[in-house]
Design a protein around this ligand. Structure first.
Ligand SMILES: Nc1ncnc2c1ncn2[C@@H]1O[C@H](COP(=O)(O)OP(=O)(O)OP(=O)(O)O)[C@@H](O)[C@H]1O
Ligand SMILES: [Mg+2]
Length: 246
């Protein structure tokens, strides 16, 4: 494994009953990259995140994280190794405040001497959540709920962050702000990012590379502008109801 490779997905397949959701998927992510993962609805993007994070076991293939084969390692150990993810549908503790939601994640990842309380404060400042520290998720906008989820994901030495549709459902202003926050995690904290997003222009502005899944297979992997003009990719999207290339 190349020294600067933080993630390698090797020949991963995932079968649900008769459905092959992932078919021999291989991709690699280098330290410091922002990689966009795109593909029409049902292409297998969230399933790939499930397999990388360990919530689902691959039917075949290997996941190598920070140089170690973690294919049979628990999600919790992968998280402690520095890999975390957000969910397409935000998952928070509704009976806990913003601060408590982030604190619980920080506590779970903390080692004995870690200043996890300090980390919670600095993460809330970075995500502009401090004024909402005592609010409950139900009182907040989707954008702020998504920020809390990102806060929960980045505490505890996160080095690789997988974002599943971090921007969907947001207004353009909210999405712009969140893109800025996500990019600052990359440029200021050095977090490597893989982001699923349907709106291609946003990804072209964010990502250095795009990987395209279609029916569970990687059909393109390269610079955003090259991928956007790739014939296979355009054909895959023509049938998509989301019109990602518009
Ligand atoms: N737990 C599951 N059990 C059975 N089938 C599943 C399961 N999870 C996903 N699938 C199926 O696997 C395929 C890939 O789904 P997945 O959610 O990974 O796609 P996606 O690319 O994330 O799509 P979207 O853009 O709509 O979020 C779909 O056909 C889906 O119905
Ligand atoms: Mg999905």
């Amino acid at each position: 494994m190349a020294q600067d490779e933080v993630l390698r997905v090797e020949g991963v397949s995932k079968v649900f009953g008769g459905l092959k959701a992932l078919s021999n998927v291989s991709m690699s992510v280098k330290r410091g990259e922002v990689v966009g993962l795109i593909g029409p609805n049902g292409a297998g993007k969230s399933t790939l995140f499930e397999v990388i994070s360990g919530n689902m076991r691959a039917t075949a293939g290997r996941i190598v994280l920070f140089g170690d084969d973690v294919s049979t390692v628990s999600p919790d150990r992968r998280r402690r190794a520095g890999m975390s993810r957000t969910f397409q549908k935000v998952r928070l503790f509704e009976s806990l405040t913003t601060q408590e939601n982030i604190a619980i994640a920080a506590m779970q990842c903390a080692r004995s001497n870690d200043d996890w309380r300090g980390e919670v404060q600095s993460v809330m400042e970075r995500l502009k959540l401090t004024r909402l520290a005592q609010s409950y998720p139900a009182e907040l906008t989707l954008a702020d709920r998504k920020k809390i989820e990102i806060g929960r994901a980045i505490v505890g030495r996160c080095r690789l962050l997988l974002l599943d549709e971090a921007l969907s459902g947001l207004t353009m202003d909210e999405a712009d702000e969140l893109v800025g926050v996500v990019l600052s995690l990359n440029t200021e904290l050095g977090v490597t990012i893989v982001v699923v997003e349907h709106v291609l222009p946003v990804l072209v502005s964010m990502a250095q590379r795009l990987v395209v899944l279609n029916f569970g297979e990687v059909i393109a992997d390269g610079a955003p502008r090259e991928v956007a003009s790739n014939e296979k990719v355009m054909t895959a999207y023509l049938g998509s109801k989301r019109g990602a290339f518009s």
